[in-house]
Design a protein around this ligand. Structure first.
Ligand SMILES: Cc1cc2nc3c(=O)[nH]c(=O)nc-3n(C[C@H](O)[C@H](O)[C@H](O)COP(=O)(O)OP(=O)(O)OC[C@H]3O[C@@H](n4cnc5c(N)ncnc54)[C@H](O)[C@@H]3O)c2cc1C
Length: 384
């Protein structure tokens, strides 16, 4: 549909995704099951280690290549939500971990021997206000003892490691609210028999998300990433990549919906002619296409700035918001174009519709992006 970068990667991802039919996804959705075969194949083919440098066993590709992988998975009607976090969580370890940690974990993550797909940030009482999290890691000799609770920790049941954000200095003993938070690599294989429990949350789409409880869970001090108390900025430093990758997934979703709507509008005959002949049907599809293309440009701009090591906070946020809006608009239009059949499971529209709706809220909600732009780009008064 548009000028395409990395044509070989696109072609290969498309070929791989062709092995995962709509029936495969429908069946998993019905049973609320994790797409193990899909994730195993993605890992085996090296896509999930695209951003891991070659010296640690990955392919050392730039972010733009990773965006293409994510986009194509969605264009093919598959769902990378089952594993996308590994791409950006790993960045915290890569940028802020020490050499020993990188040698210990990255090659095994790259080979697929270890999965790092769980990201424990959100808590029930803190919501979007991350600095008010309560999960606490207390240092005791050579280890930390963790107590608290996370919510919406996706893929925790299918991951070996979790990147965990916890408070290490109480809120009232730090100068800035962003201080006193630390990031750890938590080995969940050990923690599961040592005070950590996981409870699945049933959601409107198949997302394998959970609540995780910590009761005196021990983490060896050598699993602290970077410096104690600086964890919030390590998490923040990975957010631009996260926003850009999610944005490209949304672009992929939007393309899937537009293609599906176009095909149906051409094929469906009502009143003796294709419904797509009516401008009332074709204009919303054309409008969704224009929105998708505009958002795609913003995703590309943010990616370019990221790769040039420029400050891309505003662009990455706008890319995520505009791409999520474009996918949601395309989802609505696609469902409307299908009339009653849009609601039928076998057309896959209702499933993708449920799946793409998430990106209005997670990993950051639209309001929080608008608030960032208002305060940091437009210099409007801080509201919270
Ligand atoms: C399926 C799913 C998977 C997820 N996976 C993960 C994961 O793997 N790891 C993880 O850590 N988290 C995860 N999340 C959590 C996700 O990042 C949060 O849900 C999201 O950041 C919003 O936080 P909240 O749900 O607590 O909403 P709240 O912070 O309670 O906000 C509720 C609503 O109020 C609005 N709001 C709040 N404050 C303001 C304000 N000051 N101004 C204007 N509007 C405001 C928000 O925009 C939102 O619409 C997941 C969530 C879902 C639903």
């Amino acid at each position: 549909m548009s000028g395409e970068s990395y044509p070989e990667i696109r072609e290969e991802v498309r070929k791989m995704c062709a092995n995962f039919s709509p029936e495969y996804w429908r069946d998993l959705d019905r049973r609320d099951e994790y797409p193990l075969d899909f994730v195993t194949t993605l890992t085996r083919e090296g896509y999930l280690s695209a951003l891991i440098p070659e010296e640690y066993g990955g392919s050392g590709l730039p972010l733009s290549a990773a965006t293409v992988i994510m986009e194509e998975i969605q264009v093919a009607g598959c769902n990378s939500a089952a594993c996308h976090a590994q791409m950006y969580i790993m960045g915290a370890l890569l940028r802020h971990g020490n050499e020993e940690q990188k040698r210990k974990y990255l090659p095994e993550i790259a080979s697929g021997a270890l999965r790092l797909q769980a990201f424990g940030v959100t808590e029930p009482t803190s919501g979007t206000d991350t600095t008010s999290i309560k999960t606490f890691a207390r240092r005791e000799g050579g280890k930390y003892i963790v107590n608290g609770q996370k919510v919406w920790t996706s893929r925790a049941e299918y991951s070996d490691l979790m990147l965990l954000l916890a408070r290490t200095t109480p809120h009232d003993q730090v100068e800035k609210r962003t201080d006193g938070l630390s990031v750890f690599i938590l080995d969940m294989r050990e923690a599961r028999t040592n005070g950590m429990s996981i409870s699945p949350i049933k959601t409107m789409m198949n997302h394998s998300t959970t609540e995780v409880f910590f009761e005196d869970v021990e983490i060896p001090a050598e699993n602290l990433i970077g410096e104690e108390g600086k964890g919030f900025r390590y998490i923040l430093s990975g957010m631009n990549a996260e926003r850009i990758l999610i944005g490209s997934e949304c672009i992929g979703d939007a393309k899937w919906f537009i293609e599906k709507a176009r095909n149906y509008a051409n094929e469906r005959i009502v009143f003796g002619r294709p419904i797509g002949q009516n401008q009332g049907v074709q204009f919303p599809i054309a409008k969704a296409y224009a929105s998708m293309r505009a958002a795609e440009l913003m995703v590309r701009d943010a990616t370019q700035k990221y790769e040039n090591c420029e400050n891309c906070g505003a662009e990455a946020n706008m890319a995520k918001m505009l791409a999520a809006d474009a996918s949601w608009e395309a989802a609505n239009v696609c469902l409307q174009t299908h009339g009653g059949f849009g609601f039928a499971e076998e057309y896959d529209v209702e499933r993708k519709f449920r799946e793409t709706r998430l990106y209005q809220v997670a990993p950051i909600s639209t309001n929080l992006i608008l608030s960032f732009l208002a305060e940091h780009v437009l210099d409007l008064p801080r509201s919270f």
